[in-house]
Structures are given as C-alpha cells and as structure tokens.
Design a binder for this molecule. Structure first.
Ligand SMILES: Nc1ncnc2c1ncn2[C@@H]1O[C@H](COP(=O)(O)OP(=O)(O)OP(=O)(O)O)[C@@H](O)[C@H]1O
Ligand SMILES: [Mg+2]
Length: 596
C-alpha cells in the first residue's frame, strides 16, 4: 500500500470538518488545562516562600481564593474538553460507520467475492472505533501533556537555569527508554491480539462446524489444538504483563532519579528559596507521566495509520458497475432515486455481441454472445454446471457489466439508465435464498411495501407456503433469524418466491429457484409459475429439465455459448445435447421411481 503522509491524518479531513469547532475547543481547553497544571507548583513555591520562610500570612486569603479558583477552572476545563472529546469520538464513529456502510451498498458483487466478511467487518467496526479514539482522546491528551512538558521546562529554566539543566538532563534517556519499551509493548500487544483472533476463529469453527466435527469424530483433535492455542495465549499474556511491570518500575525509577538529582544539586538554590526547591521537586516527578503519554500518543499515531489507510481504501473503492454522472443526474442514485424521471419499463432484453470475464476471472465466460428476448418471453436456460447460466442472470441484473458488447433493455443500452431503475423492475429468486432477520411478514414486504393482506395471502398460496405458515407458532409474525437460518433452505426459497411475486416485476429471474424444495412442492410451484409468468419476461434457469418443458424458448448453453435453441419438442427431435441431458435425467428419475 502506498504510504501516506502525516500518518494518514489528511485522509480524515473530510470527516473531521464537521467537528471543527469541537476539536479547536478541545485543543484550546487542553492547552489552558495544562497551563493551570504547570501553575500548581508555582502556587506551592509562593506559599512556601511567603507563608513559611518569610512567615508573612497577609496575602493568605487572596492566595486561597486564587488557588481555589484556579483549581475549579482547571476542573471545569477538564470536564468540558472531555465532553467535547467524547462528542468527537462517538460522532466520528457514527459518521465513519455510516459512510462505510452506505459505501458498501454501492459496491458491486465482485468486491464481496474478493473480500471476506471478516475483513470487511473489522474495517467497519474496529478501524472506525480506533480512528474515533485517535482523533479525540489521543489528540486531547497529547496537547495537554505536551503543553505541560514544554511549560514546566520553560518555568524551570526561568527560575534556575542550572538546576533546570540538571533535571532535564535525564529527559532524553527517559524518552529513549520509553520509546524502546513502547515499541516492544506494541509488538507484544499485537501478538496477543492475533492470538485472541485465532482463538475466536477456532471457537467459530467449533460452533459452525459442530455437526461436521461430530460426524468426523474430530472432537479430541480439535480440543487438543484449542488447548494449545489457549496455552500460547497464556504465555504471551504473561510476557506482556511482565513487560508492563518492568515498564512501570522503570517509570518510577526514572522519576525517583530526577528527584534524587534535585535533592543532590539542591544547593544550587539559595537557602531562603525553599519554595523554588519544592517546585523543582514537583516538576521533576510530574514530568515522567506526561512523557509517557506523549510517547504513547506517538506510537498510537504510527499504528493507527494502518487503520486509517485500510478504511480509506474501502471508502475509495469504486464499484465495477457505476452509473455515469449524467445518468445519476437524471435518474438519481440508490439513496435518492428520482422516480419522477423513470420511464416505465417494458421488458425487452437483448444481448448484443456480449463478451464477459469476471473481474478476477482468468478467461472469458461469455464470448460474442447474442440473444434476443422480447417482452413476454418465457425463456429457459439449461446446461451443465459452470456453463455460464447464472452469469447471464447476473448480467441482466447488472450485477456485472459486459466486458465488451452491449446489453439492451427496451432497445437502449442498459448503461443509459440507472441500475436502480432496472432492478426495481426485476425480481430474482436465487439458489441460495437470503432472508433478513425479522418476521416473515417483514420479509415479504421488502418485495413491495404496499402489498395488502389479501395480496400476501394470495402470494403465499401461489407458492404453497400457506401450510408452512400455519405450522409456525406465530404464523406470519414468526422471526426467521439471522439470514433466515431458522427456516430450511426450501422454506426460505418459498418465502423469497412469494416475495418476488409481491414485487410484481416486469422481468422475473429464477435461478434454480426450486432446487431445494421437494418434487410435490415443485409441481405446485410450477403451476403457480405458469400463472406468474403471464405478462412478464421470465428467465428460468433449471437443472431439472422436466420443469422447463413448456418454455417458449429453451437455450442450451455450454462454455458460455448457445449450443442449441428452440422449443422442447424441436430440441428433442434434434437428438443433440438437450436430448442427451433430458434423457439422462429422465432415466435417473425413472430409475429412482422404480426403486421406491
Ligand atoms: N465471481 C466469479 N469470479 C470468477 N469466476 C466466476 C465467478 N462466478 C462464476 N465464475 C466462473 O464462471 C463460469 C460460469 O459460472 P456460472 O455461475 O455462470 O455457472 P452456472 O452455469 O450457473 O453453473 P451452476 O449450474 O453450477 O449454477 C464458471 O466457470 C465459474 O468458475
Ligand atoms: Mg448457477
């Protein structure tokens, strides 16, 4: 990855802008806060010199009043800058997450094929929170602490340059020591985090793969592996704790050393200046903690660069399928569609000399593919696994764009109109159906928000799901769980089928839509399909050829090319590929039936 300047912070500017006043306020208040922190030893000096050495108590009431006011103001500054810091942190968290989530919605399929869920998840969750903390707390602390260091050093030099020199002489050593420790700590912490991720991963596998583990009798082997991982975690954690312990000891040693130096060279201060002496002691001790903070902040900044760069890489990823500026201007985007400008869609589809290769694919899946599907056609696509059937469906939905050639919708290049315009008129039922967590009713309404109770009932009846709903304890209100996983695959397919019916699409695509339902249900759905495809363009991809016998046109594809095309009877008469596929399947089914 290209290295960015200034730890990648400039990349965040567009997001920081909104919080300009909070950030400026936070910095100013932290600076004021550190000024008061610096002043405290000066108060001490005054009190000792005046009240003890000179035994003059005349200014005592004024002193108390000023001192008290300063402390109250410091507390106030601290409080306000903390509030602002928190506002910036949670605000940035929210903004970055929203931006990342919205951006993910605009990305095309290929991004999700190329990046794992885990990877995307940690970009959106942990990178954002790390960045939020960086621009709030790290910034606030470093201003405060750095201000303290600079101020304290200046005051010491003004008061007594020689003694100041003695005290500050230990600082470079301390900074160096901290930097070394910090570097080691960062790497140990990273190892601990990675080990933790490994343990979480193992846990996930143990839970998700529980059934496979049991069936392969892998319990003992996996448990031993897991025990080894947790043991490694234990060792690494102890090493980390030891290091932190040493760090703490070194820190207190360093501050004792600075203190010792003040005591040793205290003679540089005149006897009556007991206050100055005590002030030096306070600074000598008080300097160590801020130095640690600043070193900490710098190392945070260095390590957070990776988080910033990774998140920004996600934000800057362009979708492979984008609408041109002119198209967006007229038709709107997925967040603000301009429906008033949308032409109503008819439903003619034409592939014109289309060649296509997947973005990460090695060879063309389609080559010079031509196909005309006029409105109302009931097209069936059959062919062997990997022939390119789903690819055709993906192109029609514009999940991918042709590498060359054109896809025409109603006679015009699909790219002349927005993706949303097209997709709002297409319904797809896929082999791997997906439902959202929520009730069945909610899932059905995703197809069409305005569907009436009557329409829902009809749609469910059409796909023979009425019985299924009746069996469920809460009927339509039953929660389907994450991804619909509380239902079987076949049941999910039925619900997504009903959802497609409710959407009343002009173009209907069924990609192995009935692959996971039993043959009885399939028969019922088929009769529903016959009614459903009336007045629409439909594309049915099927492995079970008996389901596509009645199609207006059957395409037999192989290696991305149409090898045969026609109606069932004609294709059977041809005795070619379709005939072979059909008879082979028919024999299989007949054999199975005979064996029953
Ligand atoms: N996301 C992808 N990236 C790269 N190559 C892909 C991708 N999806 C599919 N392919 C390749 O494209 C070819 C056609 O795949 P496609 O999914 O269209 O087949 P299919 O006819 O639908 O097969 P099946 O009957 O198994 O569903 C295959 O060789 C496959 O390896
Ligand atoms: Mg497929």
């Amino acid at each position: 990855m290209r290295k960015t300047r200034f730890f990648g912070i400039p990349l965040l500017l567009p997001y920081l802008k909104r919080y300009r006043s909070e950030i400026v306020g936070m910095i100013l208040f932290s600076a004021f806060g550190s000024v008061i922190d610096i002043a405290v030893p000066l108060f001490q000096r005054y009190a000792l010199n005046r009240f003890v050495t000179q035994n003059d108590l005349g200014t005592m009431p004024a002193f108390i009043a000023i001192y008290f006011t300063a402390i109250v103001i410091a507390a106030g500054f601290n409080y306000v800058s903390c509030i602002w810091g928190m506002k910036v942190e949670v605000g940035m968290d929210r903004d970055l997450r929203n931006a990342a989530f919205s951006h993910l919605q605009t990305l095309s399929f290929s991004y999700f094929n190329q990046n794992s869920v885990g990877y995307i998840h940690s970009r959106v969750m942990s990178d954002t929170s790390r960045i939020g903390a960086l621009v709030s707390w790290t910034l606030l602390d470093s201003v405060w602490q750095f201000g303290y260091i600079v101020g304290a050093v200046v005051v010491m030099f003004v008061m007594n340059a020689r003694l100041a020199l003695v005290v500050t002489s230990v600082l470079p050593i301390v900074v160096l020591l901290y930097a070394l420790f910090e570097k080691k700590l960062v790497s140990v912490n990273r190892e601990i985090r990675e080990q933790n991720a490994r343990i979480t991963g193992d846990f996930n596998e143990g839970i998700m793969g529980a059934r496979t583990i049991k069936s392969l009798v892998l319990e003992e082997k996996l448990s031993a592996g897991f025990a080894w991982e947790t043991e490694t975690m234990r060792r690494k954690s102890i090493a980390g704790a030891r290091l932190r312990g040493m760090f703490a000891v070194t820190m207190s040693f360093a501050s004792s050393l600075a203190l010792a130096l003040v005591l040793w060279k205290g003679g540089l201060i005149a006897k009556e200046q007991i206050g100055t002496f005590s002030m030096f002691m306070s600074y000598a001790q008080g300097l160590m903690e801020p130095i640690r903070w600043v070193v900490d902040a710098i190392s945070d900044l260095i390590t957070a660069r990776v988080n910033i760069e990774r998140l920004m890489k996600l934000m800057n990823t362009q979708s492979d399928v984008t609408d041109s500026a002119a198209v967006t201007e007229r038709y709107g985007d997925c967040f603000e569609p301009r429906r008033q400008n949308w032409e109503s869609i008819h439903g003619d589809i034409v592939f014109e000399d289309v060649s296509f290769r997947y973005p990460d694919g090695e060879e063309n899946v389609l080559e010079h593919f031509n196909l005309d599907v006029p409105f109302g056609t009931n097209l069936a696509i059959v062919g062997e696994t990997g022939a390119g059937k789903s690819t055709l469906a993906n192109l029609i939905c514009r999940f991918y764009e042709p590498t060359s050639g054109r896809l025409l919708i109603d006679g015009r290049d699909a790219r002349e109109r927005s993706q949303n315009w097209l997709r709002s008129s297409i319904a797809c039922v896929l082999q791997t159906p997906h439902l959202f967590s929520g009730s069945i009713r909610e899932n059905l309404l995703y197809g069409n928000e305005e569907a009436t109770e009557e329409e829902i009932r009809e749609a469910l009846e059409m796909v023979s799901a009425t019985e299924l709903i009746r069996r469920l304890p809460q009927g339509l209100e039953t929660d389907v769980g994450e991804g619909g996983d509380l239902l079987s695959t076949g049941e999910k397919q039925l619900i997504s089928f009903a959802r497609a019916i409710l959407a009343k699409p002009r173009i209907l695509i069924l990609d192995e839509a009935t692959a996971s339902v039993d043959t009885v249900t399939e028969k019922k759905i088929q009769s529903a399909m016959e009614r459903m495809i009336q007045g629409r363009t439909s594309i049915v991809i099927a492995h079970r050829l008996s389901t596509v016998r009645d199609a207006d046109m059957i395409l037999v594809v192989q290696d991305g090319k149409i090898v045969e095309q026609g109606k069932h009877d004609a294709l059977m008469a041809k005795r070619g590929m379709y005939y072979r596929l059909y008879t082979r399947q028919y024999e299989d089914e007949a054999t199975t039936a005979a064996l029953r």
